[in-house]
Design a protein around this ligand. Structure first.
Ligand code: NAP
Length: 236
């Protein structure tokens, strides 16, 4: 039976590579992008018959609803929802200098957007045997790792705290789901060189970053309500 996955923010970066790797595993992948032209181009350049474009701006309730309707034309269930879309607007900005407007924008996409994606697509994920939701997070959102120096040390309040809030979605929805499925988990790819960080050198390639996320997305082990990096479960 065909397996279905929806990946947001997949016109470029890590999300685009997640789509490629899932398509190679024979998933039918809905490649989500907020910009129609960029999304269609990304589908074309991947060149898989089992990848199709779905427009979604996760900061827009109507857009999320439209994307659900589009997916429902093809399938009544989703085996994987990968909440990958995200923004970081405060690189190089100290907490004392961060504007409320920038902080709100980051929460709008990273937190409120991911929250709405989970609520909207939950009925489809529940219809799949072993359905999973993966929230892409960062080690800097782990309060413990950020405090003790195990995580990257960029003190970017807007990005980091909005991803900490995403981790809270993972924990709380995970508590609701319990052990009977569906599963929800957070995964950090670790520092990966992409547009998000101005293509800062020294990071993983997008293929390497995506591989970590795909590994957990396809794992038979139940990681419901946990956050993980390449080595396993990480602290909150
Ligand atoms: N790169 C890293 O080191 C790193 C580390 C840890 C976690 N992450 C996480 O990994 C995920 C992917 O990031 P990336 O590094 O691949 O960055 P990226 O290349 O900048 O890709 C981000 C993607 O999210 C999309 N997006 C932004 N706002 C959106 C919205 N409102 N609705 C729908 N899509 C939206 C972007 O679309 P546009 O092209 O239209 O802007 C783009 O497709 C993010 O959640 C990020 O926080 C990255």
């Amino acid at each position: 039976m065909t397996k279905f996955a929806f990946v947001t923010g997949a016109n470029k970066g890590i999300g685009n590579e997640i789509v490629r790797q899932l398509a190679e595993k024979s998933y039918h992948v809905f490649l989500g992008a907020r910009n129609e032209e960029l999304g269609q181009k990304a589908v074309q350049s991947l060149g898989f018959s089992n990848v199709s474009f779905v427009q979604v701006d996760i900061s827009d309730t109507q857009s999320i609803q439209n994307s659900k309707n589009k997916i429902l034309e093809v399938t009544d269930h989703l085996d994987l929802l990968i909440n990958n879309a995200g923004i970081a607007l405060d690189f190089g900005i100290l907490p004392s200098e961060l504007t409320l407007e920038t902080l709100r924008q980051e929460f709008d996409v990273n937190f409120f957007g991911t929250f709405q994606m989970i609520q909207t697509f939950l009925p489809l994920v529940k219809k799949s045997q072993g359905g999973k939701i993966v929230n892409v997070t960062t080690d800097m959102a782990s309060q413990t790792m950020f405090d003790n120096g195990q995580a990257g040390q960029l003190n970017i309040l807007g990005y980091n705290s909005s991803k900490t809030a995403v981790n809270s979605l993972t924990l709380t929805f995970g508590k609701e789901f319990g052990t009977n499925g569906p599963e929800i988990l957070g995964v950090t790819p670790g520092f990966t060189t992409t547009d998000l960080n101005g293509n800062a050198p020294g990071g993983k390639t997008t293929a390497e970053g995506a591989q970590i996320i795909v590994k957990y997305a396809l794992s038979q082990t139940n990681y419901n309500g946990k956050i993980l990096d390449k080595n396993g479960i990480i602290p909150w």
